[in-house]
Write a protein of this length. Structure first.
Length: 529
């Protein structure tokens, strides 16, 4: 049944007020990009020299290489794992899926820290091998360490959409291929894999954008990527013009990746021509043990290893007299700023979502698309732009909590928009019409009719923003007020100075908080029969 959108007056007072608020939100989203562009254009020649210099070109090559390698690695891990847990009779498939999803809850800098503890010079593994005459392991730092950390802890970005595509795929094409005598392998390569391309490419795009914006893992692994070089220019040399030029280069790379992903989609269509039937499970037979070895190896490397390392470090710290009181202040600060940012971000998303759903048109479409621009701007770029803005034009806000929360809003507004927009779409507009037909004002109808139905979506959006903010590192590092310590900053600073035992306490709290929604989401997911 088609739900009719209620007819509102085009220029009534509530519409104008909501439109102005939504316009302010969109302007806020554009502020970092506009200011960065103005900063670079002040001395365009010098900026070009920085962006074409040998150090920038080398960092650019490193970043593109790392993003491409991590995306390919994530695809190589996630596609077989999704197929095994969705389309085969693998024992305990639901449990394996839950465990394979949990690495997404581990921040990249925590992952890098645990890998250094285990595989680094004089690390845990080297200690185990020392009685066998192994004095030193290959260096974990550099490209391979960064690639391993980012690949093992971002592949769920590919796993989730590919698994969803496999669950909804029509089995008629597979049955047709098998009726022609094609084997399971040929059917997978020729029939299933092409249908997975949109989901797999979308997941790989998320991995690539994540790698572009990552700062923690590359810094701990001493890999000179663009984000790491931006931070070095800002903190080390205090050359803010050079940092702005490198930040613009990073934005250009992100935009190229987003545009390239759109071209790869093409005009292909992947929907079924008739009513889709759920796919049947394939019996693995003697290959069942190989499947179990595969998923257990991935879970061991991406989940058991980091959790075990953190637990071991915490136990070592407790035995040495370390106190959990050291992370109390950081935990309180993290929860406070994440909660504050979640409230502000959801509040900013509401007028944009309302316009997009209840008052569609050219104006609302532009506002909505601009509000999603945070996805194309890496966190360190937004933070750097706001540092420039605060230091030069709003010194009263520089290194204050409001500016930090504003940065979080720009970064994570797209997350809140998607959920709140879906919430408005699920509310029958006729309930709002009924309230207005009784002579109630639009404000009264919103608070008494719309808002109660919207609360579940708002709560989900707030929880998502809260959990993302609490793990955010570069924006927190550059914009935090002096003396305002958070769990993310504490993990990064302590691990950078090789105080791994102390860092493990804060990292454990971060992982524990982040893991809860991932477990709930994975358990609630419906599995095909």
């Amino acid at each position: 049944m088609t739900v009719r959108v209620p007819r509102y007056a085009a220029f009534d007072a509530p519409a104008i007020a909501i439109g102005l608020v939504a316009l302010a939100v969109a302007a806020a989203m554009l502020l970092p990009a506009i200011y960065l562009l103005l900063r670079v254009s002040q001395d365009f020649g010098a900026s070009i020299d920085v962006m074409t210099g040998s150090r920038a070109i080398s960092a650019l090559g490193n970043t593109v290489m790392l993003a491409g390698a991590a995306s390919l690695g994530a695809l190589g891990i996630a596609v077989p794992a999704a197929w095994l847990t969705t389309r085969t009779d693998l024992p305990f498939a639901r449990l394996w899926f839950v465990l394979l999803s949990l690495p997404l809850a581990i921040p990249s800098y925590v992952a890098a820290m645990t890998l250094v503890i285990f595989l680094g010079p004089r690390g845990v593994l080297q200690g185990w091998l020392e009685p066998l005459g192994v004095d030193r392991l290959p260096d974990i730092y550099g490209f391979w360490g960064a690639w391993l950390a980012l690949t093992l802890f971002t592949f769920p970005y590919v796993l989730l959409p590919v698994r969803a595509a496999l669950m909804s795929m029509d089995r008629s094409l597979e049955e047709a291929a098998r009726s022609l005598g094609k084997s399971n392998l040929v059917t997978f390569v020729r029939v299933i894999l092409p249908q997975l391309r949109p989901a797999a490419v979308a997941g790989a795009l998320l991995v690539a954008l994540y790698v572009l914006s990552d700062f923690g893992a590359v810094s701990i692994m001493n890999f000179p990527s663009l984000s790491q070089q931006i931070y070095v220019q800002y903190r080390g040399t205090l050359d803010r013009d050079a940092a702005a030029s490198l930040a613009m280069l990073l934005v250009m790379v992100a935009l190229v990746i987003v545009v390239a992903e759109g071209f790869t989609r093409g005009r292909a269509r992947y929907h079924a021509v008739a009513a889709a039937r759920r796919p049947v499970r394939i019996r693995l037979g003697r290959w069942k043990w190989a499947g179990l070895v595969y998923v257990s190896t991935i879970v061991g490397l991406a989940l058991v290893l980091p959790i075990g390392i953190l637990g071991w470090q915490v136990s070592q710290g407790l035995s040495q007299g370390e106190s959990v009181q050291a992370i109390r202040s950081a935990s309180i600060n993290s929860a406070y700023v994440a909660g504050f940012a979640a409230v502000v971000t959801v509040a900013a998303a509401l007028p944009v979502s309302y316009l997009a759903v209840r008052r569609p048109g050219a104006f609302s479409a532009i506002i909505e698309r601009v509000s999603y621009s945070g996805y194309a701007l890496p966190g360190i770029v937004i933070a750097l732009a706001l540092v420039f803005f605060g230091a030069n034009y709003a010194p009263v806000l520089y290194q204050t909590l409001p500016l930090l929360v504003f940065a979080y809003m720009v970064l994570f507004l797209p997350q809140a928009l998607g959920t709140t927009r879906a919430g408005f779409l699920q509310i029958n507009p006729r309930t709002e019409e009924a309230g207005r037909s009784l002579g109630r004002s639009p404000v009264y109808v919103f608070f008494r009719v719309t808002l109660p139905q919207l609360l579940p979506g708002m709560s989900a959006a707030g929880a998502l923003v809260f959990l993302t903010v609490i793990k955010e590192l570069p924006a927190t590092l550059l914009l935090s007020p002096i003396g305002f310590d958070t769990l993310a900053v504490q993990v990064w600073s302590l691990s950078s100075e090789a105080y791994f035992t102390r860092a493990a306490f804060a990292a454990s709290v971060l992982v524990l908080i982040s893991a809860v929604p991932m477990v709930i989401m994975a358990i609630r997911e419906r599995t095909p029969a």
